[in-house]
Design a protein around this ligand. Structure first.
Ligand SMILES: Cc1cc2nc3c(=O)[nH]c(=O)nc-3n(C[C@H](O)[C@H](O)[C@H](O)COP(=O)(O)O)c2cc1C
Length: 415
């Protein structure tokens, strides 16, 4: 086999195409020396370099590889990190991969209805954009690029408390108020007055739903992020304070009233906090981060409007159970009384089907769209969303489910 001339204008991707076809690769076991820094990632493949444009990405992992190449290590590490040795992150994926689909044949799937309804608002698909902080770290347009993508594809977008873009600007780009995710002390406002002011701002901006995240009360041990930060040799002082941590003053936290630290919030938070929120807002309240039947029951008793089953994408507790394994008991406890959103580890349309079959009203993704953002900005986010929706469409037709209502526990199985 003759080697191509890689000194001249033959492009690197042509060389890689040649290499992919070469028996040399098969015998050497892959591209030695290009293993990822952290074991949780998909290994580099020889086809990585064939993604030049968003439209070239065939699955969301193609976007992940481009994002890894584009982003500074510390920022990519912030996306990827889970906690401890990444067991919760791995459990999320392993459990989804263990479940198989039970395909039914000879069902008329010529018309496909993927729509779902959340609080009276119908969405064409059940795919939701999860709240993720600091998106300008992944692309200069950050949350605005995500909002434009969510608008062009009509997806529900949830904005993080620690957004790097103000809610008013995001709502304008989304052309519809987003849902607002609420952190309280210590990640969000430290005082109750600060929380009230923040809520009032989101209410004034038209956000119909507050998503109270309750899974980081104990902090989180994000070792992967630390490891990536250590290999990042850039001078980060123009954006970060000394010590390398992100500037804690985010647009939504700037200028909030101070006062005594809210002892009911953060580490002291209990179910009574839902009443406290109710006393200051008429927005719907969804609680994010539940993974047990017991908590689902307590949440309903506390009067929440919706439940978001999540382990923060493996970023909260270590040794956590996969959310797809937690979902059935939560769905049973809820009994259809309030909508359920599930996230953590969903990467393919078939994964979405598995969540919907077990009682989720909608499925959210975090990293897949952040990879798209880091890879190609708005177009990358659109590509990530399009891939997942197309895969969902193919899977629903393939298993004979013309609508989400046709999905149920009978649609899946575990060996
Ligand atoms: C980089 C990053 C930042 C995140 N920031 C927040 C946040 O500010 N608030 C929140 O409730 N969840 C946050 N999450 C968790 C997501 O909302 C979501 O639960 C998780 O990403 C879903 O898992 P997946 O990334 O495997 O799809 C973040 C996740 C990532 C990856």
């Amino acid at each position: 086999m003759r080697l191509p001339d890689i000194r001249g204008d033959v492009r690197r991707r042509d060389f890689l195409r040649w290499l992919a076809a070469s028996p040399l690769l098969a015998s050497s076991g892959g591209l030695a020396g290009l293993e990822p820094l952290i074991a949780q990632e998909a290994p580099r493949r020889v086809f990585d370099e064939l993604v030049d444009r968003a439209g070239d990405a065939l699955d969301v992992f193609d976007l992940q590889r481009v994002a890894r190449a584009n982003l500074p290590p510390a920022h990519y590490g912030y996306i990827m990190t889970g906690v401890d040795g990444e067991e919760t992150y791995a459990n999320n994926r392993a459990a989804l991969e263990r479940i198989y689909l039970r395909a039914r044949r000879m069902v008329d799937v010529s018309a496909l209805d993927m729509s779902t309804t959340l609080f009276g608002r119908a969405w064409p698909t059940p795919l939701v954009v999860a709240p993720c902080g600091s998106q300008r770290a992944f692309h200069p347009e950050g949350e605005l690029a995500v909002a434009r993508a969510a608008r062009s594809r009509t997806h529900l977008q949830t904005l993080s408390t620690v957004t790097s873009t103000a809610v008013e600007e995001v709502n304008e780009a989304r052309e519809e108020p987003v849902w607002y995710q609420l952190y309280v002390n210590p990640i969000g406002p430290r005082s109750w007055d600060g929380t009230v002011a923040l809520i009032e701002r989101t209410r004034h901006a038209g956000c119909p739903v507050l998503v109270l995240t309750v899974d980081l009360q104990g902090g989180s041990n994000r070792l992967t992020a630390e490891r990536y930060a250590r290999v990042d040799e850039r001078d980060c002082r123009s954006c970060h304070r000394s010590g390398g941590r992100a500037d804690p003053v985010k647009p939504m936290l700037r200028g909030l009233p101070g006062g005594p630290v809210d002892l009911d919030a953060g580490r002291g938070m209990t179910w009574a906090y839902i009443d406290k929120l109710r006393s200051v807002t008429d927005q719907r309240i969804v609680v994010k981060g539940l993974v047990t039947r017991e908590d689902a029951e307590l949440a309903l008793r506390a009067g929440v409007d919706g439940i978001w089953v999540s382990n923060h994408g493996g970023r909260a507790e270590g040794s956590g159970r996969a959310t797809i394994d937690a979902l059935p008991e939560v769905a049973e406890a809820v009994g259809g009384r309030v909508p359920i959103i599930v996230d953590s580890g969903f990467r393919r349309g078939s994964d979405l089907v598995k969540g919907l079959a077990q009682g989720a009203t909608a499925v959210a993704v975090g990293r897949p769209y952040l990879w798209g953002l880091g890879a190609f900005g708005q177009e990358g986010v659109e590509r990530a969303l399009d891939i997942l929706v197309r895969e969902l469409e193919i899977t629903m037709r393939a298993i004979g489910a013309p609508s989400l209502q046709a999905l149920g526990p009978h649609s899946i199985g575990v060996e």
